[in-house]
Design a protein around this ligand. Structure first.
Ligand SMILES: [Zn+2]
Length: 359
């Protein structure tokens, strides 16, 4: 399969390509069907796991796609390309590493072109201890009425009021207010949930089933929507401690950024999915990064997300408006161009090769 045909334009197509590529690579497959929801074309939804390599391998390289639903068009294409890469599979085998892929961690959002899941939850804010008090996000509450006005697109007056507060407080304040995560508005943006979602506990089940008894795990979690066009920013995924941050930089390079020291384009977040690793497999030697592929400027990405959430709040919107909003989501989270796709595969492959040497 050539690079360009690794990528898909629907969840069903992406899933089929992933399953075909996994079988062609001799991988073992398992599916974790969504218990209640269907895709946008009525298709079945599932998290699919492919395991390529020795079933008894002590070391595992995990590559995940679609934690943020619609971002899975990028991640799935890279997964399919890697499964078709005989040289990479041989390098994994030579290093005693099994290559494990989880396709569509949030299959509902993948199919419906949403970043959030079936519960309007941002999965990368959902890995919280829900028995404890949840973080407050007062800035989000302050600008929420401007983010999600009554009409869409917003009136000039609404847009001007939002721009005014962004200019007063600065773009980093705006990005953090919107995207850091909030736990009080279930229909709002970047909502972290009030309980563990299906994707959360299913990913934990998968980690427990495949990770138990192993020595080490390296994780590449594929995302889109932040940073310069086509650049895959390696963002550290682990605790705010110097030793594991240094470890990730030793494996993937000094350009690995961190949300803890302001070096990343991402705001500081709570409830990220990597927390499932130490909680599920506390003795495992773990290191991981997200690769965050840039698409459009951050203000345009946030605008697409505002439209998406407006639509969630206004299911009565007509078909023309729905299409415009979905198209904006597609372009905000997928670089629909050959150079972008080529760059994605190249950078994911490079990160995978680095992981094979970093134990
Ligand atoms: Zn993401």
């Amino acid at each position: 399969m050539s690079l360009h045909t690794s990528f898909s334009r629907s969840y069903a197509e992406a899933r089929q390509k992933f399953l075909d590529a996994a079988r062609a690579a001799g991988a073992t497959l398992a599916d974790f069907p969504h218990p209640t929801r269907r895709g946008s074309a009525g298709e079945a939804l599932a998290m699919d796991v492919a395991w390529a390599g020795d079933a008894q391998a002590r070391r595992v390289l995990l590559v995940t796609s679609g934690v943020h639903g619609v971002e899975g068009y990028c991640g799935s294409g890279a997964q399919v390309a890697l499964l078709g890469d005989a040289a990479l599979l041989a390098a994994c085998a030579a290093a005693g590493v099994a290559l494990m892929m989880v396709h569509a961690v949030n299959p509902y959002g993948f199919s419906h072109l949403r970043r959030v899941n079936e519960d309007n939850v941002d999965l990368n804010r959902n890995f919280m201890d829900f028995t404890k008090p949840l973080p407050e996000n007062a800035p989000y509450a302050e600008i929420a009425p401007l983010l999600l006005p009554e009409q869409w697109p917003p009136s000039e007056a609404d847009q001007a009021a939002l721009m005014q507060s962004v200019m007063e407080r600065g773009l980093p304040w705006y990005q953090a207010a919107v995207s850091a995560g909030q736990y009080h508005a279930p229909d709002g943006m970047f909502f972290g949930g009030h309980q563990a979602t299906w994707s959360n506990y299913t990913l934990r089940r998968i980690l427990a089933r495949y990770g138990a008894g192993r020595d080490a795990l390296r994780w590449l979690d594929l995302h889109t929507g932040l940073g310069p066009w086509g650049y895959g920013e390696p963002i550290y995924m682990g605790p705010d401690q110097p030793a594991p941050i240094g470890r990730a930089r030793a494996i993937w390079g000094s350009n690995v950024t961190s949300i803890y020291d302001g070096s990343s384009t991402s705001a500081a977040l709570s409830g990220m999915a990597w927390l499932a690793v130490p909680e599920t497999l506390p003795t495992l030697d773990y290191s991981g990064i997200a690769l965050e592929f840039g698409t459009l400027p951050v203000t345009e990405v946030l605008e697409a997300l505002r439209g998406d959430h407006w639509l969630h709040l206004h299911p009565e919107a007509d078909e023309g408006q729905r299409d415009l909003i979905r198209q904006a989501m597609w372009h905000a989270f997928y670089g629909d161009a050959d150079d972008w796709r080529e760059g994605v595969v190249e950078q994911v492959r490079e990160a995978a090769v680095k992981a094979l040497a970093g134990w």
